[in-house]
Ligand binder design. Structure first.
Ligand code: NAD
Length: 207
């Protein structure tokens, strides 16, 4: 089954639903109504039903959605079912915090490698991952790691992205505060808490 027509906005909400489903599963639920899921994730139940209708209706009226089935389905759509391996480049303050973030594993990611250029960091173990020399980025292809997280200083971000692309990486989560240029075949998502914070006052009600 192919999922050509799922809008980006829905794809953006799927990981949020996944987190809600995993939480409800931890609480022993086998099924969940769109209303209950709405309480978990803060998206209204109408929107949830509409989003789920894009990839088939798993709900049963009066019973709700089967938590396990829906979890599997969302993981499949997001391509998380194969526990994708991820590399992190730049094991500084932010990189170390990211390595220690348990939610990656919950979502099915396996942070499989970490790289830095600082000789004091290379060889050290952080959260059970041995930091490797960034000159070894080219080994990623052989290790079938095609996702990466960039947490290097701004001036090193583009060269890091270039090296990652050369090593076969096709998805980059960029935390460096800059725009990085990559070929079309590579997807970059940039996250910057300062940019999100900068939008917040606009939405605040006048006091
Ligand atoms: P840091 O100085 O503590 O860590 C940077 C690490 O990158 C260091 O360990 C350094 O040795 C390593 N490094 C430098 N050049 C490298 C290269 N070419 N290859 C591999 N490793 C390299 O900095 P930090 O506080 O962890 O911040 C890291 C980045 O994240 C910065 O660009 C910062 O602006 C950004 N940041 C983003 C957010 C956000 O919301 N997106 C929040 C905080 C920091």
């Amino acid at each position: 089954m192919k999922y050509h027509k799922i809008p980006d906005e829905t794809i953006r909400r799927l990981p949020i639903y996944l987190r809600g489903l995993l939480l409800s599963s931890e609480q022993g639920r086998q099924s969940i109504s769109s209303r209950n899921l709405a309480d978990f994730v803060g998206v209204n139940s109408w929107q949830i039903r509409k989003d789920f209708s894009y990839f088939g209706d798993f709900g049963t009226r009066g019973v709700g959605y089967n938590v396990e089935k829906l979890t599997k389905q969302i993981k499949k759509i997001l391509k998380l079912d194969a526990a994708p391996k991820v590399a992190l480049v730049g094991v500084g303050n932010l990189g170390s915090a990211v390595l220690a973030y348990p939610a990656f594993r919950i979502c099915g990611f396996d942070i499989a490698a970490a790289f830095d250029i600082n000789p004091k960091k290379i060889g050290k173990k952080i959260n059970n991952i041995v930091v490797e020399d960034a000159s070894k980025l080219r080994t990623l292809k052989k290790r079938r790691i095609n996702l990466a997280i960039i947490t290097v200083p701004r001036d090193a971000a583009q060269q890091t992205a270039d090296a990652l692309v050369k090593a076969g990486v096709r998805g980059i989560l960029n935390f460096s505060p800059c725009y990085i240029v990559v070929p079309k075949k590579v997807k970059v998502i940039t996250i910057d808490i300062a940019m999100d914070l900068a939008r917040l006052p606009y939405y605040m009600p006048a006091s």
